[in-house]
Design a protein around this ligand. Structure first.
Ligand code: DGL
Length: 272
């Protein structure tokens, strides 16, 4: 079991930001990834749909014999983490707790901004996680739904992206935040542009690094780290176009990846 893969899911390519950190911190671990690009974005959908898509994806990964599940999607974490922990016998990690922890460590003036999808912002999950550890925080949350489309289609630079990012972040002007949580795993792929708009006084927090640290901690504590000696063969599945996912994957991970098309809803259109 300790050499089994780690299952990672997202609504699309955003979860690759978490995979990159898992690879960096845990090079011996094999990753099995499911990206539900066909149904992306999750963030504009209602909670029941998000839950049913997420559980179908997690069931698929769990059926492949993974040793743990990582919900590399803030939207799915916000809606499903607690239920997922009760449903599976293997550990399930989300990205919101780790992101909140990293933001608290980074802020000096206790003014924290959060950006995420509509579903994540409406769930108030970041504010709850932040306030659980620290009471005296000023938190401003803004939904940036247009960012996911830019990332999924690879349009992360150029005038359109720059205008979209500047418009969406306008509510933070004059807010005095010194830390911004990128509360969607797609957003780190726009980080250079976000940093340009907010300037050098705002620290950007991606939960990827902290989430991979949680994975590492659990593996060590439970004596579940992989004993494999050679480079693991990572597998990526997408419900969308495998070719497109492979192009994006190589772009964001820096190496070619092995991608297969697989829709966990098996071509039935009940979930489209
Ligand atoms: N990557 C997902 C997240 O972290 C959301 C993107 C979507 O709306 O599907 O929230």
């Amino acid at each position: 079991m300790r050499n089994a893969p780690i299952g990672v899911m997202d609504s699309g390519v955003g979860g690759l930001t978490v995979v990159a950190e898992v690879w960096r911190q845990l090079p011996r671990e094999q990753v099995l990834f499911y990206g539900d690009s066909l149904r992306c974005p999750y963030g504009d959908r209602d909670p029941q749909d998000i839950a049913s898509y997420t559980f179908r994806a997690l069931d698929f990964l769990s059926d492949q014999g993974v040793k743990m599940l990582v919900i590399a999607c803030n939207t799915a974490t916000a809606i499903c983490l607690e239920e997922a922990r009760a449903r599976y016998s293997i550990p399930v990690l989300g990205v919101i707790g780790p992101g909140a922890r990293a933001a608290i460590a980074a802020t000096s003036n206790r003014r924290i901004g959060v950006i995420g999808t509509h579903a994540t912002v409406s769930s108030d999950s970041y504010a709850k996680a932040l306030r659980q550890t620290h009471r005296g925080l000023s938190i401003q949350s803004v939904a940036c739904p247009s960012f996911v489309g830019l990332v999924e289609s690879g349009r992360v630079d150029g005038d359109e992206a720059s205008r979209t990012v500047a418009d969406a972040l306008a509510p933070f002007s004059g807010s005095g935040i010194d830390t911004l949580i990128l509360g969607c795993t797609h957003y780190p792929l726009l980080a250079p542009m976000i940093a340009t708009v907010l300037g050098p006084d705002v620290t950007l927090i991606s939960s990827a690094e902290e989430t991979a640290r949680d994975v590492s901690l659990w593996l060590t504590e439970q004596h579940m780290s992989s004993m494999a000696l050679c480079d693991p063969r990572h597998l990526f599945y997408t419900s969308g176009s495998a070719e497109r996912f492979a192009v994006m994957g190589e772009r964001w991970l820096g190496v070619p990846i092995d991608v297969s098309h697989h829709d966990v809803w098996k071509c039935s259109d009940e979930a489209l």
